[in-house]
Design a protein. Structure first.
Lengths: 242, 242
DNA sequence: ACAAATGTATTGTCCGACAATCCTAATATG
DNA sequence: CATATTAGGATTGTCGGACAATACATTTGT
């Protein structure tokens, strides 16, 4: 048996630069908030030119691992749930996700989220939900945009209160995707204001009682109500979200 | 009142290049599989230099919208669930997600997934699940790696059969995050092979009967069993996944 | 007709230069 | 002395050109 050579690493330099920095971030050598060396220093350390370093940085940048901070220097950042949600929802939209798929996932997740929330929500989180509900209550019944805002915000605050970043990221990405279509629905649903307000009130009541089953049930009703709205508004569930 | 000027767009050129291309992809002018112009042509069209074009391309590239294809030319690509899941799970890992958060989300999602699967799984999807189960059955009871593989693959196939790309992306990202820790658990759990095999068998039976409640229940038991494994293996649930 | 050699288009990498911007520190002004 | 201004330096953003490396298309040789 002759000697075996390892397969050569033929990745472009800018990819290697990206990976090298990413590795040091991941392994903890570069902690959150740490300043990366300047481009010139990176050139020196890697032994490549600025062009390559810069292309590598662009790759990192888009994945949210790194950010231009004060003094324009690059700082290490750990992506938060909102950013992850944004990237994910955008990708799914581009991947051809449909209203139907998004809504079905929403209908699967949020009742469970409400159930868990009932056993966990802090007083502050409950207060935030009440604030949303109060805002909705005081909104004009025909201000569709405002109603949509409060409807989504309610979901948002519920997700926030779960104290679980993974869940939060997933629920938030759903919120982002559902937003646009909700406007359509609410625009064409009579009594939308009243019905959503009622659902929110019941859900909050159940959460306050720490009644998991009831929180779940009311959330299901709330979503089922929205689903009927989709039918009434004749939204094509097979259409891509965009 | 004096004349008001619109705020100038002061984004760097490479960002604008990225946005411009992205916009055309999103609006459908550039469809999936379409070849992008060469770098030289892009320079001419945008009126900027190759360096800037290339940096812009790197930004696009990382979000999975574009890919180097045959002839090295850039081709438009719509990201699929696996890629989205990969990006999302990586970001969450870097964002500091813990085993506990991941597992809790898993425990929230998969029982519901099983419930939905019971009403929807095609014969092929069921067949795929059976194949996994059979593979696990024939595996050696002490081959931890193999068992982990089949355990994750079972989740994977279930998610696949749901015929919902949004759910698929979310479930897949959980699978990616849970993989490593599952190995720890299975390594230290006695009868892991037997218990997982039993759970899979029961779940498949429920799915075949189209019994939603039972499918959900058995999946919950399966996951609860895994949870006990975490306790036995003394996995620190507050530790970051990495 | 198939294989080899050649040519060409395109990307990957390098270099050097300068403008634009921000930070810091010295200086002027009250 | 405190504040505003100015000057300087450091760093990023953009440009232009150059060449090597590679993949594809075409021609050539047998």
């Amino acid at each position: 048996m002759t000697h075996k050579f390892k397969t050569l690493d033929r990745a472009p330099v800018y990819v290697k630069v990206c990976n090298a920095i990413e590795e040091d971030i991941l392994s903890g050598v570069l902690k959150e908030g740490a300043l990366l060396p300047t481009e010139a220093e990176l050139c020196a350390q890697f032994g490549v030119t600025r062009s390559s370093v810069r292309e590598g940085i662009r790759l990192l940048q888009q994945s949210g691992l790194v950010e231009r901070g004060a003094a324009k220097r690059l700082v290490v950042k750990s992506p938060n749930a909102s950013e992850i949600a944004e990237v994910a929802s955008r990708s799914m939209a581009l991947g051809g996700a449909t209203f139907g798929e998004v809504f079905e996932t929403l209908a699967m997740l949020y009742p469970e989220a409400a159930r868990i929330a009932a056993g966990r929500l802090s007083d502050e989180a409950l207060g935030a939900l009440c604030d949303v509900r109060d805002g909705l209550r005081d909104a004009a019944p025909d201000a569709a945009d405002e109603i949509v805002g409060y409807a989504v915000e309610f979901f948002q605050q519920l997700a926030n209160g779960l104290d679980n970043r993974v869940m939060l990221a997933m629920l938030q990405s759903l919120n982002l995707m559902i937003g646009a279509s909700l406007r359509l629905v609410i625009d064409q649903t009579p009594n939308a204001h009243e019905r959503i307000l009622g659902a929110q009130t019941e859900i909050i009541a159940a959460l306050k009682k720490r009644d998991e089953a009831q929180a779940r049930a009311w959330m299901m009703k709330h979503i089922e109500d929205l689903r009927r709205g989709y039918v009434v508004a004749k939204v094509n569930l097979d259409a891509r979200i965009l």
